[in-house]
Design a binder for this molecule. Sequence first.
Ligand code: IPM
Ligand code: MG
Length: 358
Amino acid sequence: MTRKIAVLPGDGIGPEIMDQAVKVLKALGEDFEMEFADVGGVAYAHHGHPLPQATLDLAKAADAVLFGAVGDFKYDHLERALRPEQAILGLRKALGLFANLRPAKCFAELTQASTLRPEFVSGLDILIVRELTGDIYFGTPRGRRQAPDGHFPGALEAFDTMRYTVPEIERIAHVAFEAARKRGRKVTSVDKANVLETSQLWRDTVTEVAKNYPDVTLEHMYVDNAAMQLVRAPKALDVVLTGNIFGDILSDEASMLTGSIGMLASASLNDKKQGLYEPSHGSAPDIAGKNIANPLATILSAAMMLRYSFDMNEEADRIEAAVQKVLSEGIRTGDIMSEGCRKVSCSEMGDAVVAALG
Ligand code: IPM
Ligand code: MG
């Protein structure tokens, strides 16, 4: 069975890290059909839009999308609708990718890279389940107007709308509880129910859904407390379930516990198991083209693709074991370099993973 993958390298370090993931996928010797397309700033430069129709059509027709990174300072002056980030938001919306899985796992070999003391992070294994197509990101109305009331009536104001419906909360909660069943059987649902209506509905709904999972422990946590617990006692967390904006913020915080954002993969899934897979880090334009970026997050994202969209668990295990092997052999890109290890380039790291596939 041929699996069709839309490969969207994007901007900055996107193309070089994507080359390594493609190399690893090819080395598996499976039947993948990979088709490349422009996305982000490079797509704007070539086609006048960060998410050209042809790219969107390709993504929709594919079984999965492998995404590099988008964004570059040179596009910061563009109006919002044409900025590179709109490509990822547009893909999430168009494909209905409501479930964002962001694992934050601390590899034993890399505990030194964390800014927290090793005893707080060694063995850390958190899965953030972030709702990705609702909330203040997509809620309407939004815009600018003359303030109708408030502290400065008549002044120019801007507004966004935080919104969630019960079915939106239910479906992401199910994803979190199902995931918890395969892990530590604990869900921490994060909200701001002491202040926000949206969050109170979130909390009530998650509590209802939890009744279907008596074998999973549910706790509720306010988002400010969650931000604190992530650095105070992160190992007490297993699955963290949260909305779009809180998940955006907390997943960056969680990534840093592991020491290197260059190691973290992510998956965004819809209800047809079609998914978009991308490293959690950005396009890092300052180091683009230098062949020094860490491709492991992209390679691990490809492994997630095999696991979640293609049911190819064995091949996913092979890639993850190869990454583990490379780390235990002391092979490192600059971002995770430590004493006594061997520093390699981005492409050498890709080669090392291919060699370790065995
Ligand atoms: C992320 C990013 C995006 C988001 C941006 C690029 C729109 O920060 O995937 O976390 O806010 O969701
Ligand atoms: Mg973010």
